[in-house]
Design a protein around this ligand. Structure first.
Ligand code: AHR
Length: 654
């Protein structure tokens, strides 16, 4: 049978690919492709978490950003000759976890004194959209503070409104009047017009003073309609990846900037106004409104397994910008309680609703267990004795009490070096089931390390490649970087018995608030941008398969930038090939499928290709996107891999 080649193309150019479909092959973990969520680049507040008010709890601090204080992002408006002052106080808070609040004193209401908040770079409002206002208020006095009339008059009702930049009212509701103790006031604004960057204004029309806290504006339209839920378009972009798991809360956020900044899951559940907020080591604030419950709920909603990562009783070694020497461990006397917190997390996730922590999950509206299977302990930690002692305490307790949980250890920040070596040795000594490898390297590195796992000792711990990304010039999300990741993913599939899980990192980045590039998804308040790298992750996730079939490639020079994997998918009976051509020339291939009886006559072919330097951006969001067509196939068939491309072929074999 002749090979379909372009005129004048030499036969020697053809890559001969042989797939042995009836050979046993290597299993691919059912959860290979997942996502890594970290609150970096405003991924949570101002991002995935749908809250629209910035600094709703008046807890911003100068320790987070030099110019911040509890009143940041709040402004007093005094139209019509109004006079008012705004102060931050802490004397009689809503609760101990929410220590600061605002005091608004109106000496002359004019046309109504407004307390305004711009949200996170403006509040996106949609005509007809419903926005739930909720706040806590406490009247301090009515009338003139110094006029002896405190508690004498009646508190007046407040009004909440949405306004355009020019002051046009886009929707407004009455909230009722505060009491003399903290009172929750709520109502819902229906927006009459759309606006890209509106502001929220709380309007006071009488003289007096009042304390305000936890001022929230929440769209009713959240992902799957969940209360205190997620921004739907962003959540959908993540759901469309069909991730098999979601890692949370990081990354460095998991082990924090100093021991006081460890991410503690118990601080992130329960009523939002009672959660213990804290600084984010990426230079901003964590409201923890998107906490453990919301995270587990999201996992369930998109059928991804939760993969929480808890600190190993030590903080990040870069704490305080110490360049790797800032690791500290919790005092050993505090470790039993810390270990218990981790055991409680497992009970909260999986225990019956009658158990102490399962009851808290049930009280939050989820009596059924969440089926936690994976638990990461530590993140990129320096492999010191301080770390080892605390990791061992946690690991042994979880193993003893919850042998069903797969504990994932950590082997430092890099793909090799002293922490990597020491981490592996320690993991093997303890027989930790899996370890978390990280690498951010150049695209060439990914191509040069396609054999990385071929020689891994199969009796050792398995691998979760928890953070990786190809960093191209200028850290741009180029097609070249995405193809390097695709090539590497073929190698992960080929070593699916060793590498059980993998997640690109980081996942989300807000335009203008991005500390780290590249990321998988960029967004602003209006749009969500899927990078080329996103499409690679999506294609591998949707076409993962269960068994990697032995596949050989010949006829091309050694070192040619070609990477191929062939997998079978039990569910459909399909044979799926991923073929990555990292070369600047088209690559003809001839594929022979050995050991398949019923090869369909057509394959679904999806190709991602373009200029290697091409990126998707907000001006041209789909400059590079997958294009699907049909390809005639049989037991032997030919196809062409465009220069700089990923091709996914889905062949029916039933
Ligand atoms: O993904 C961004 C950061 O990179 C993570 O927080 C950290 O674990 C890694 O160094």
């Amino acid at each position: 049978m002749g090979i379909l080649l372009g005129v004048g193309r030499a036969l020697a150019d053809v890559a001969i690919i042989k797939v042995q479909a009836d050979a046993p092959g290597r299993s691919i973990g059912p959860d290979l492709v997942g996502v890594f969520f970290e609150d970096i680049n405003y991924a949570a507040d101002g991002g995935l978490y749908a809250e629209l008010i910035q600094n709703r709890s008046f807890e911003y601090q100068a320790t987070e950003q030099k110019t911040w204080n509890p009143l940041s992002y709040w402004d007093v408006q005094t139209p019509g000759g109004g006079r008012a002052s705004l102060d931050g106080e802490a004397a009689a808070p809503l609760n101990a976890n929410n220590p600061h609040y605002a005091v608004l004193e109106v000496s002359e209401p004019g046309q109504g004194v407004g307390l305004a908040n711009p949200g996170f770079d403006g509040i996106r409002v949609e005509a007809g959209g419903r926005y739930r206002v909720s706040l806590f208020a406490r009247q301090l006095y009515v009338g003139n503070r110094w006029g002896g009339s405190a508690h004498a008059g009646h508190p007046a009702p407040l009004t909440a409104r949405l306004e355009s930049k020019s002051g046009q009212v886009l929707g407004e509701v009455a909230l009722g009047a505060p009491g003399w103790e903290w009172t929750r006031l709520t109502n819902t604004i229906t927006a009459t017009q759309s606006e890209a960057a509106a502001r929220f204004v709380l309007v006071v029309t009488n003289r007096g003073g009042m304390a305000l806290d936890e001022v929230s504006l929440f769209p009713e339209n959240t992902f799957r309609g969940r209360p205190n839920g997620l921004r739907p378009d962003l959540a959908q972009a993540i759901a469309d990846l069909h991730p098999k798991f979601i890692r949370f809360p990081g990354g460095c956020v998991a082990h924090g900037n100093g021991l006081g900044n460890l991410y503690r899951w118990k601080d992130t559940i329960g009523p939002v106004e009672e959660r213990h907020q804290q600084a984010n080591l990426w230079g901003y604030h964590q409201s923890v409104g998107l906490g453990y419950f919301e995270y587990f709920q999201f996992c369930e909603d998109i059928r991804a397994k939760p993969l929480p990562v808890v600190a190993a009783g030590v903080c990040c070694q870069n704490s305080g910008h110490t360049g790797g020497t800032g690791q500290e461990g919790l005092p050993l006397a505090a470790m039993p309680a810390y270990v218990q917190d981790i055991l409680d997390l497992i009970e909260w996730a999986n225990g019956p609703a009658t158990s102490a922590w399962g009851a808290k999950r049930a009280a939050a509206g989820h009596p059924e267990p969440f089926h936690l299977q994976y638990l990461g302990v530590g993140n990129e930690d320096a492999q010191t004795e301080v770390f080892r002692t605390r990791f061992k305490m946690i690991y042994e307790a979880v193993k003893a009490q919850h042998p069903e949980i797969t504990v994932i250890g950590t082997v430092g920040p890099f793909p090799d070096g002293p922490d990597y070596d020491a981490g592996w040795q320690f993991a093997n000594e303890l027989h930790v089931p899996m370890v978390d490898e990280h690498y951010y390297e150049k695209p060439e590195w990914f191509w040069d390390h396609l054999n990385r796992y071929d020689g891994y000792d199969r009796s050792w711990s398995q691998v979760y490649l928890g953070e990786y990304a190809a960093h191209d010039a200028g850290r741009a999300n180029t097609l070249r970087s995405a193809l390097a990741e695709a090539a590497h993913l073929t190698a992960l599939e080929r070593n699916g018995d060793v590498v059980r899980l993998a997640s690109y990192a980081p996942l989300l980045a807000k335009q203008g608030r991005t500390q780290w590039r590249p990321d998988l998804i960029y967004f602003d308040n209006q749009q969500v941008l899927r990078t080329v790298n996103y499409f690679v992750q999506q294609l591998f996730s949707l076409n993962q398969g269960d068994v990697c079939l032995p596949t050989t490639c010949s006829g091309v020079p050694a070192g040619a930038r070609l990477a191929i994997s062939s997998v079978s998918e039990r569910r459909s009976g399909d044979l799926i090939m991923k073929l990555v051509n990292g070369q600047a020339t088209l690559q003809p291939v001839r594929v022979s499928l050995a050991g398949v009886n019923n090869v369909g006559s057509e394959a679904i072919q999806t190709v991602l290709t373009g200029d290697p330097a091409a990126v998707n951006d907000f001006n041209q969001p789909l400059r590079v996107e997958p294009v699907t067509s049909r390809l005639k196939v049989g037991p032997v068939f030919d196809c062409e891999l465009p220069a700089h491309s990923l091709t996914v072929l889905r062949v029916k074999t039933r």
